[in-house]
Design a protein around this ligand. Structure first.
Ligand code: DON
Length: 309
């Protein structure tokens, strides 16, 4: 069979990435992530008409970390609607993902739902009135539903490792609690937060889970509406402006797509109306985003002419 242009481009990118020696640096502030082999790379593209193109280690599960924040935001908006925006803003922070500096000036309201402080506030919304165990289960089941795969799991070693080393996140959460921004006990919120960051998924699963964002809020394979068209558009807007923290401008300049990164080295990128793309390479750049992941996405959008601009 003659490979499609998409298959050929994805294979080409996987081959080029495999050959590169600049891999970035694996996150080590969560000790369990520091043990991951940086010589891994994966890419999966799932198009709206159901075509799947994969390359590299696309069936190896990795820690999705902050990519989970797209899905917790989606869940929180479903539960509380626009009241979420009383707790968290929608502006790029221009600061690293774990920064505390803006919180004091802005009365404990985080700049956006993707920096750690913002995601902790979003987790508080999901937790409301539930036990941590129930909230964790709800988030995990949402991921399994979106990816149509019950095999998605939480890596408890990663969650425990982050809990043991989570001094910075405890500082952020306690600071927000002091401003009255969080309702639930800090340890409950962080328990849920550490566990949703520790969800493990493959690129194939992650790209599948992202399809509703590329398709006006609807899962294309079933016609099931996950969010309204307006909400999907807005989540994409926040991914574009805030998805890579203080690297968001550079990412938009080079790749030109809404996307969300995680310190596990994963990136979910959305090509509205066309495709959902997941890439993974564990080595990070200086802004905490996957080094080869970003380069691979830049190649993909350049070679296929995919952009929202
Ligand atoms: O809270 C943390 O530091 C991690 N669980 C998530 C941070 C993250 O993924 C930032 N992304 N690039």
């Amino acid at each position: 069979m003659i490979p499609s242009t998409l298959d050929a481009v994805v294979t080409e990118i996987a081959d080029e990435m495999r050959a590169r020696s600049d891999r970035g640096v694996v996150a080590s502030y969560i000790p369990e992530l520091g043990r991951i082999d940086p010589n891994q790379f994966a890419i999966t593209v799932v198009t709206q008409d159901g075509q799947v193109a994969s390359g590299g280690d696309c069936d190896v599960p990795f820690s999705i970390q902050s990519v989970s924040k797209v899905f917790t935001l989606t869940l929180a908006l479903g539960l509380a609607g626009d009241r979420v925006w009383n707790r968290v803003g929608r502006e790029p922070s221009g600061s690293p993902f774990n920064s505390i500096v803006q919180l004091e000036r802005e009365k404990g309201i985080p700049r956006n739902p993707f920096i750690n402080a913002g995601a902790i506030a979003v987790t508080d919304v999901i937790l409301s009135g539930h036990q941590p165990r129930e909230a964790i289960g709800e988030i995990l089941r949402f991921m399994q539903f979106l990816a149509d795969d019950d095999g998605i799991y939480i890596d408890h070693n990663v969650a425990a490792s982050e809990d043991e080393s989570g001094f910075n996140n405890r500082a952020l959460a306690n600071f927000m609690k002091g401003f009255g921004v969080l309702d639930n006990p800090v340890e409950y919120i962080l328990g849920v937060y550490f566990h949703h960051c520790a969800i493990a998924m493959t690129c194939r699963q992650l790209a599948t889970a992202g399809r509703f964002l590329a398709n006006n809020g609807v899962r294309p394979e079933t016609g099931y509406s996950v969010v309204t068209q307006e909400r999907a558009r807005r989540i994409n807007a926040i991914m574009l402006t805030c998805g890579h923290y203080d690297g968001s401008g550079e990412f938009a300049y080079r790749v030109g797509l809404p996307a969300k990164s995680g310190v596990g080295g994963g990136i979910l990128a959305i090509v509205p109306g066309r495709a959902s793309v997941a890439v993974w390479s564990p080595g990070l750049d200086t802004t905490g985003n996957s080094h080869l992941g970003r380069i691979a996405l830049e190649m993909l959008t350049t070679r296929l002419g995919w952009t929202i601009f």
